[in-house]
Design a protein around this ligand. Sequence first.
Ligand code: GDP
Length: 440
Amino acid sequence: NGVKTLKVDDTPLPKSKNLNVLQEFEKKKSKKTASFVVVGHVDAGKSTLMGRLLLDLKVVDQRTIDKYRKEAESLGKSSFALAWVLDQGTEERSRGVTIDIATNRFETETTSFTILDAPGHRDFIPNMIAGASQADFAILVIDASTGAFESGLKGQTREHSLLIRSMGVSRVIVAVNKLDTVRWSQERFDEISHQVSGFLSATGFQTKNISFVPLSGLHGDNIVKRSDDPAISWYKGPTLIEELENSEPMARALHKPLRMTVSEVYKTALSPLTISGRVDAGSLQNGDALLVQPSGEKAYVKALELDMEPVDWAVAGQNVVIHLSNIDPIHVRVGDIICDPNNPVSCIDTFTMKALAFDILMPMQVDVHRGRLHTGGQIQEITAILNKTTGAVIKKKPKIVKPANVARIVVKMASKVPLEPGQRVVLRSSGETVAAGLLE
Ligand code: GDP
């Protein structure tokens, strides 16, 4: 319409205060931050549980829930009211499935949490990968009702557990849900705990990093409030929120060079190019020069925001909004890596990874998923089969890798992407997850 839009913000470069960010961070004694992913078979009650958690912590109010309930009833699905708290957008609601990672944050006295919600539908595994690649720990939701636990075990419970473990998540809280449907049977809880703990250990989780909480997401028992139902007086352990608070987040890579994966790109009043994402490593401050990969373009930090407040700096583990200057928006896309220009991530098209096989692996076409992005590629070579726990070479140059084995493989991608050792990658083929693991 003839209006000239400002594409590149070329106002004078912002001045750096040259703060020692790590010292500032120490001084501030910021609240512990932790993020978790919620996994489990479809219909296990994940959304309901998270809705209940937010309701009981008063992050959302009963009025919002009532509003959703009315809407739900008009569609004949009133039981979904709590689940809907997590689902934004009516399109998602009318399908009754959460379709993206809803990043929901809440705080307790000790910790600021981010829920990386992961819907259980098969097609949504790529979203779960994105969630798990950022998570400090996982809540595995199990449907304890008769028959459901057994079919969940055959279904996604096992696949999700394998996936989160191979993505580097080491702590899991098992929410033994819907125990109200079996009259809070301790026997049922013990039986489920026994079986789940068996396969979680076989998957590589250490027993000390697994805990079980008997609960009901629908009724709100043992989530924030301890159940007063005499039928569950046998349980004296922590509630779900206590387990969450007791979980130690993974060590933050504060002293490493800056790395941030771009999760959103948009325009704001402050800048024609504003991005958001979680700082994976290092720190940044206003005025810093940044490098965007794969484009290799430089930009400057014009302003920073944390939790909608302007701030001078941000560190690893925080979700930050960055207003950029001196860069054309065409050079930045979702999934790009923002890094330190003096210590940048390089773009590669071939890498070696230690992969846990979910299916038979051989030289074949695969989709390489890293965070929310994926690229076409192929398994070029299987270098060795490794011992699952020690990583020692068991067999060199095997023809194939059988499911549940760990192997060192070489993968070639169709294009160069920013990737470096330690990153979590998932390989899929024909819509199925075939392997997951860490870049070496
Ligand atoms: P998701 O697919 O794992 O997110 O599962 P939902 O949260 O959508 O729940 C699936 C169904 O289980 C819904 O009908 C819920 O009302 C029901 N549900 C969830 N939690 C409980 C619970 O603790 N007890 C009972 N009885 N039903 C539950």
